[in-house]
Design a protein around this ligand. Structure first.
Ligand code: UD1
Length: 340
């Protein structure tokens, strides 16, 4: 079986991707420094997949440790690189923490397997587009000045990978530009585990519904959108996980050369208020919410054109907003009853 290194494999997207890799016949090897994930996620994975995948606790900023990993795991044919910091607001407060972590880890893992024919999937983000001039946004839209150091790490990393590829690297590379990943595994055994007060919309909704938070604030209802709240392209994390399998499969073909980039979304935008009402409808839970001021740095609206992903990556989403809501809610209830 083809061995795939999953960095950040115990995180939200990483853990779901580990499951999908196994479903597709790959052998995942997990690396995680546990800085934003819980070691017990490995036990949750065992409940889903029936065995314990190899796991290395390692900070990829540790150059020597990363080189040793490559010695211990020499027959890796693919790397899916999730390990990175991702909180937009924190990156504005502590930019060097973001540049240091997101670049050292990427450089160290690339150096560790340099010279080997490895297929590399990079976790990028729709944040590279800023507020696009045209919607839905296509992969060829101009990349705008990043809104945050976090966004800048994604833009620079994409450019770096492209340059590396052009110069004749042994790696093939695909950057996946995620829109807004939400939801949880249908077993409700893994899901998003925010540390402290959630920054993102979905965990804030589910924690409010379960009573951990008193109310949710809608950050602005005076945007130039039909109901005044911001619009995003929410994508079920299981669909997103499957996009990584599709990316590996594409790079395994003879015809794929070098580097490519894909939008990973549903192609449909939903406003914050639509999401709140959809949650109430699909779960039957009433949400205590209020309208508040805009959040600094938010863009008004973005959703992706996924034509290229459908055609070239041969991937598309299958799960709707209702399933995203239900699964996120099932996970919140599970974790309330079975704290890790
Ligand atoms: C941002 C980044 C994304 C990054 C993600 C992870 C952009 C465009 N997107 O997503 O790349 O991967 O963070 O942290 O930079 N909202 C509320 N109330 C809340 C929370 C959120 O109204 O309590 C609203 C926000 O204003 C926004 C929407 O919900 O309009 C989604 O917010 P969030 O879940 O934080 O994701 P993004 O900011 O879109």
């Amino acid at each position: 079986m083809a061995k795939i290194l999953v960095t950040g494999g115990l995180g939200f997207i990483g853990s779901h991707t580990v499951v999908e890799l196994i479903n597709a016949g790959y052998e995942p090897v997990i690396v995680d420094d546990l800085s934003n994930s819980d070691p017990k996620i490995i036990d949750q994975l065992v409940k889903i997949i029936g065995y314990k995948p190899p796991f290395y606790k390692l900070d990829l900023c540790d150059e020597q440790g990363t080189k040793e990993l490559a010695v211990k795991e020499p027959d890796i044919v693919g790397i899916i690189h999730f390990a990175a910091f991702k909180a937009v607001g924190e990156s504005v407060q502590q930019p060097m923490k973001y540049y240091r972590n997101n670049f050292y880890s990427l450089l160290n893992i690339l150096n560790a397997y340099d010279g080997k024919p490895v297929n590399f999937v990079f976790s990028s983000s729709c944040t590279v587009y800023g507020q696009p001039d045209n919607l839905p946004v296509t992969e060829s839209a101009p990349v705008k000045t990043a809104e945050s150091p976090y966004g800048n790490t994604k833009q620079i990393a994409e450019e770096m990978l492209m340059d590396m590829q052009k110069a004749g690297s042994s790696y093939k590379v695909i950057s996946l530009r995620y829109f807004n990943p939400v939801g949880a595994h249908p077993t409700a055994l893994i899901g998003e585990l925010p540390i402290g007060v959630p920054q993102n919309l979905f965990p804030f909704i589910t924690q409010t519904a379960i009573g951990k938070r008193e109310k949710i604030t809608v950050f602005g209802d005076d945007y130039n959108t039909p109901d005044g709240s911001c619009i995003r392209d929410y994508i079920h994390v299981v669909d997103l996980a499957k996009a990584h399998v599709a990316a590996l499969k594409l790079m395994e073909t003879e015809t794929f050369k070098g580097y490519d980039v894909f939008n990973i979304g549903t192609g449909k935008g939903s406003s914050v208020l639509e999401v709140i009402h959809a949650f109430e409808q699909s779960t039957g839970e009433k949400l205590n919410y209020q309208i508040g001021p805009r959040r600094g740095g938010d863009i008004e609206q973005v959703w992706g054109d996924v034509t290229k992903s459908k055609k070239v990556l041969k991937w598309k989403t299958e799960l709707d907003l209702d399933t995203m809501m239900q699964s996120a809610w099932d996970w919140e209830k599970y974790i309330a009853q079975n704290p890790l």
